[in-house]
Design a protein around this ligand. Structure first.
Ligand SMILES: Nc1ncnc2c1ncn2[C@@H]1O[C@H](COP(=O)(O)OP(=O)(O)OP(=O)(O)O)[C@@H](O)[C@H]1O
Length: 441
């Protein structure tokens, strides 16, 4: 292994480049909420994103920032005001929220983090931001990996994969870490080069914390860094290519059948795997994409080029002479009961709002009412589609009445609304509000 790989230098990315790639990877329009503590990393992240957006002013991306005042240190409110003043110089709207309520005696850091994410998610919902970004860096990543390796050696916990570059919080909000391939030193250079300063949090020097001790041992060469998988450039390019591929090659029939023509399958394997893993989540209704191993098996199956079926991530991949078809697998589809005036997502695929006077149940349609529907699907797919499309049943006392069956839900609008079947909307139904295509596995 080269020395660069050990120190992580080979994967390090400059802050302005990282910010540009991140912006490229977004579905637009998008509203980004930057979690800024006032430390160098998050100050650098906000500055770099603001600078990128300023250089392309027609951009349909909005930027806001938020600081959580944990109220754990004297002067924290004043620090939050300093951050607000910095945001004002950039012209970025900024919100401060204080962590109120009981603070636990033990595990205060973990509790503060949990509370922070919750408050950030609330703010994001209030201002209609699509995602939150935090400024975790490559240095944080090395510290985390070193700490997890140490715990593993001591027999505590499993091998860690490190900090993810995107996580879904509470099934409703993406938290993305665009600076995960950037080094703190480069971020500080970036800020100093622009005459910008930051706050130094004294707890970053407090050796009672394991992270601080690990940071020092890494800096002193006491322990070696564990190499970090490559991120950054390759990922951003891949997600852009996959988005273009989806636009070009994917069609959707009757809300349920995803078709990919033969020439779509001739694309680079990394792009195909990435895009198909999304489609699997979208059409399979799962919360996550199928993992690397499963996608490997799907690609091998496609590569063999023999007509047949494979299931992965709740989706059946059906390879035929004219292309590849994806449809939800018919197992594990649970009914959803919605009281009058409520809404919910059925099977991770359909958002249904009950505007009617009675409770409704959404369930797999099964064999009812298909004459017209069949026109919108190839013959061979009708039977299977029945098992995975929703029908709405009004629960009226002892009598349950079937009131609507997809895809003919429109006449029953007083009972329900659904998302349109755009890719981003479907992702939204699976993943929560969405402007973001997370990086490949
Ligand atoms: N009080 C806070 N308010 C808003 N966001 C925060 C706060 N504390 C941390 N974050 C976000 O979480 C990320 C990781 O937190 P961490 O505690 O490792 O960073 P930090 O040392 O506080 O500051 P920085 O990363 O900005 O140098 C930060 O980069 C920032 O995006």
């Amino acid at each position: 292994m080269s020395n660069d790989a050990v120190t992580g230098a080979a994967t390090a990315q400059m802050p302005d480049i990282a910010a540009a790639h991140f912006i490229d990877s977004l579905f637009k329009p998008a509203h980004i909420l930057v979690a800024i503590s006032g430390g160098s990393d998050s100050t650098g992240l906000l500055a770099a994103l603001a600078e990128q957006l300023k250089s392309s002013p027609n951009s349909d991306i909005a930027l806001s920032a938020a600081t959580i005042d944990h109220g754990l240190r004297v002067g924290s409110a004043e620090e939050a005001r300093d951050v607000a003043a910095f945001c004002a110089t950039l012209g970025v709207p900024h919100i401060v929220r204080r962590w109120e309520g009981e603070k636990p005696k033990n595990g205060i850091m973990a509790a503060a983090r949990e509370a922070r994410y919750g408050l950030l998610a609330d703010i994001a919902a209030e201002i209609s931001a699509n995602l939150v970004v935090t400024a975790h860096t490559l240095d944080d990543q090395h510290e985390t990996l070193a700490m997890r390796a140490a715990r593993l050696r001591e027999g505590e916990g499993g091998a860690g994969t490190g900090i993810a570059d995107a996580t879904l919080f509470d099934r409703r909000l993406w938290i993305v870490r665009p600076f995960l391939a950037c080094r703190r030193a480069d971020i500080r250079d970036y800020l100093m080069g622009r005459g910008m300063s930051w706050l130094d949090d004294p707890s970053n020097e407090d050796v009672r914390y394991e992270r601080v001790r690990t940071r020092k041992r890494l800096a002193e060469g006491d322990i070696a860094s564990i190499s970090v998988p490559d991120g950054g450039v390759a990922r951003a390019a891949l997600s852009a290519e996959a988005a273009a591929w989806l636009d070009r090659h994917v069609t959707v029939n009757a809300d349920v059948l995803c078709a990919i023509g033969r020439d779509g399958l001739a694309v680079d394997e990394a792009v195909l795997s990435y895009a198909l893993s999304y489609l699997a989540a979208v059409f399979g209704g799962g919360s996550y994409r199928p993992g690397r191993e499963r996608m490997r098996r799907v690609l091998d199956f496609i590569g063999e080029d023999r007509p047949g079926r494979r299931a992965a991530g709740g989706v059946v991949f059906d390879l035929r002479r004219d292309g590849l078809y994806l449809m939800r697998e018919s197992r594990d589809i649970r009914p959803l009961v919605l009281a009058s005036g409520t809404d919910g997502v059925w099977d991770g695929r359909f958002r249904i709002a009950n505007h009617g006077p009675t409770t409704i149940r959404v369930e797999a349609a099964g064999a009812s009412g298909w004459a017209k529907f069949a026109e919108r699907l190839p013959k061979g797919a009708v039977q299977r589609a029945r098992a995975v499309l929703p029908r709405i049943v009004a629960c009226d006392g002892d009598n349950d009445t079937s009131v609507a069956i997809a895809p003919y839900l429109a006449p029953f609008d007083r009972f329900l609304t659904r998302f349109d079947l755009t890719f981003a909307d479907r992702l939204a139904a699976c993943f929560g509000r969405e402007a973001y295509m997370p990086p490949p596995l």
